[in-house]
Design a protein around this ligand. Structure first.
Ligand code: ADP
Length: 397
């Protein structure tokens, strides 16, 4: 079985063709500058990446057509015809309270995704555009929507409610939704496999640490709390996002500098986080380099991030009444041994004992805790595309 995975943005579209049963990736690439001048990148597995080529893409439909042409190309293609694509899995950012799992796309589903636009005004419209373009180019091929928020719909009310007037929840759906659900679900599944246990038997804390970061408590295979909130601005400090902060600061700063709420939100989303604190970069590699050259603020930014993650691990262990394994994933989690060590050290009191040698691993599934550590610490590379393909296959089969 072959599943095409589509992640559509407003002017870009990422794609992968994979076999969800074997996990084999056949080809992947990127359409960029859709509606502008159109740039197309394609890489068949095992072959060299081709340079981006100009392909006219006035809309997402031409972008999808370019993907089809490349996949079926006689020289560099990986399939004979479009008939060899059994289903399409679409990443959709926000499913609100309507979706607690991936679903086959129908007209009603499209309507429900549309209803979630106010919750994700930048992302859901682009995701819908990608779905409609695919339906146009690939009529009759079953399509599945996989939501970033769905995995977190199992959170209990005490975790997802904000202590605001109840009407904001009842009338306006203001609540914690959480994001990165596809990643947390994937690594939680892999953790169970690595530990030889059923998901129902495990209490896990999944740390997705990248440019955007979130930490999730997974009890018995279900998300019971997560650090991102109504929007992906909440939680730990991120590349450029502030993470959690005292809302009172908004009034103080806005009054002092005469900022509008949109300007303030732009500061919180784009100029804060480790970039804002360090004044150096949003990229953790740059921060580590700058700190080694003596930049104290770069060191402070990384320290604040690590401390934020550590505190959530403590909080979620308390929330679940224990923890069997802590998972590190995404750019920082998969690559930065120093940050994993900084986050997990000092947690010996709760049964976490790292193995410095094992922790040198990068980008491959590895147990990085000591053999006698009561709580296992796992490095698990995330694979959201594979998770989307697996969900899609399970639904269309
Ligand atoms: P995104 O949220 O954009 O998907 P990624 O998961 O790709 O982000 O993570 C990007 C982050 O991972 C960047 O801040 C990058 O610096 C960091 N990263 C990648 N490799 C390393 C490394 N070796 N050490 C520290 N950080 C790293």
């Amino acid at each position: 079985m072959n599943v095409l995975v589509i992640n559509a943005g407003s002017s870009s579209l990422k794609y992968q063709l994979l076999n969800p049963d074997s996990g084999v990736l056949l080809a992947k690439g990127l359409c960029e500058r859709i509606g502008i001048d159109g740039k197309f990148t394609y890489k068949a597995e095992g072959k060299a990446t081709k340079d981006a080529v100009d392909v006219p893409m006035p809309t997402h439909a031409e972008a999808i057509q370019a993907v089809m042409d490349a996949l079926t190309d006689s020289a560099n293609g990986v399939i004979g015809s479009m008939k060899e694509i059994d289903a399409v899995g679409h990443r959709v950012v926000h499913g609100g309270e309507a979706f607690n799992k991936s679903v086959l796309i129908t007209d009603e589903v499209l309507k429900a995704i549309e209803d979630c636009i106010p919750l994700a005004p930048l992302h859901n419209p682009a995701n819908l555009t990608g779905i409609r373009a695919c339906q146009k180019v690939m009529p009759g091929v079953p399509m599945v929507a996989v939501f970033d928020t769905a995995f977190h719909q199992t959170m209990p009310a005490r975790a997802y409610m904000y202590a605001l007037p109840y009407e904001y929840y009842e009338n306006d759906k203001v609540r914690r939704y959480g994001f990165h659900g596809t990643s947390h679900k994937y690594v939680a599944g892999r953790a169970a496999a690595m530990l030889g246990k059923k998901p129902e038997e495990l209490k896990l804390i999944s740390c997705h640490l990248g440019n955007g970061s979130s930490v999730t408590a997974v009890d018995g295979g279900k998300s019971v709390d997560t650090s991102m909130g109504f929007t992906p601005l909440a939680g730990v400090p991120m590349g450029t996002r502030s993470g959690d902060l005292d809302a009172g600061i908004l009034q103080y700063v806005m009054n002092k500098y005469g900022l509008s709420i949109d300007e303030m939100l732009n500061v919180l989303n784009k100029k804060s986080g480790v970039q804002g604190v360090s004044g150096v970069s949003s990229d953790f590699r740059d921060l580590t380099d700058a700190f080694e050259k003596g930049n104290e603020r770069a060191g402070l930014a990384v320290d604040m991030f690590n401390y934020g993650v550590k505190k959530l691990i403590g909080a979620y262990a308390a929330a679940m009444g224990g923890v069997d394994a802590i998972i590190f994933t995404a750019g920082v989690g998969e690559n930065s041994a120093a940050q994993r060590m900084a986050i997990a050290s000092g947690l010996e009191f709760m049964g976490v004992k790292m193995d410095a040698d094992a922790n040198k691993a990068r980008g491959k599934e590895t147990v990085i805790s000591a053999p006698d550590s009561r709580v296992k610490v796992l490095l698990i590379p995330t694979n959201e595309e594979l998770m989307i393909a697996m969900d899609t296959a399970a639904i269309v089969k």
